[in-house]
Design a protein around this ligand. Structure first.
Ligand SMILES: [Zn+2]
Ligand SMILES: [Zn+2]
Length: 196
C-alpha cells in the first residue's frame, strides 16, 4: 500500500478519519489521535474559521456599543440645545429688558441657571436612553421566566399593560436618573473599548 500523498512511499497506516493510506511523514498525532496531513489541514481551517467567526461577533458587539455611545451623546446635545432654545426668549427678556422690577441678582443667575437647566434636560434624556432599555430588558427576562403564568391567566392580560407601564415609568425614571443610566453608559463604553 502506497501513501496517498506520496505515491512512491510505502504507507504505514490509514487515517482513521478519511481512510486514506499515508506514509510516516504524512501521519501526525493531533489531540491524542493520529490523522493524515489532509485531515489536519482541514481541522486547522475549521479552527481558524471558528476563531474568525468569534472575532467578527466580537467586532459586531464593539461596533454596536460604539454606535449606542454616539447616539447617547447626540441625545444629550439635542436636548441640551432644545433647552437653550426654549429658554432663549427668557434670557433675552431678562438681559435686555429695562424693567426696573427685575432684580439684578435674577439677571446674573438666569444665564447659568438656564445652562444648568438645559444640561439637566440633556442629562435626563441621556439617562433615559440608557436606563429604559435596561429596565425593559430586565422586565423581559423576568416575564420570560413567569411567562406561562401570564399566558394562562386572562385577568393578567388586563392588568399586565398597566403594571408594565407603571413599573417601567417609575422604576425606569428612578433607575435612569439616579445612576442607572450612567452605569449602563459605562458598561457599554467598556464593551466598545473591547474590555468585556
Ligand atoms: Zn485523513
Ligand atoms: Zn506521505
Amino acid at each position: 500500500m502506497k501513501c496517498f500523498y506520496h505515491p512512491e512511499q510505502d504507507a504505514v497506516g490509514m487515517c482513521p478519519q478519511c481512510g486514506k493510506a499515508a506514509c510516516r511523514d504524512c501521519m501526525k498525532e493531533v489531540d491524542g489521535g493520529i490523522l493524515c496531513k489532509g485531515c489536519i489541514a482541514q481541522r486547522i481551517q475549521a479552527v481558524q474559521a471558528e476563531g474568525k467567526a468569534v472575532l467578527q461577533d466580537r467586532q459586531a458587539t464593539i461596533d454596536r456599543a460604539t454606535r449606542r455611545l454616539k447616539i447617547s451623546k447626540t441625545v444629550f446635545v439635542v436636548f441640551f440645545i432644545f433647552g437653550i432654545c426654549v429658554s432663549a426668549p427668557m434670557v433675552y427678556h431678562t438681559i435686555f429688558s429695562n424693567d426696573p422690577q427685575l432684580p439684578g441678582l435674577f439677571r446674573i443667575v438666569v444665564v447659568p441657571g438656564i445652562v444648568l437647566g438645559s444640561a439637566w434636560t440633556g442629562y435626563v434624556a441621556w439617562s433615559f436612553f440608557w436606563g429604559f432599555p435596561a429596565i425593559l430588558a430586565g422586565l423581559r427576562r423576568m416575564f420570560s421566566k413567569i411567562g406561562c403564568l401570564v399566558v394562562l391567566n386572562p385577568v393578567m392580560w388586563l392588568i399586565l399593560p398597566l403594571v408594565l407601564y407603571f413599573i417601567t415609568a417609575f422604576v425606569g425614571t428612578f433607575y435612569s436618573i439616579f445612576g442607572g443610566g450612567l452605569s449602563q453608559y459605562l458598561k457599554t463604553r467598556r464593551v466598545a473599548r473591547g474590555e468585556v
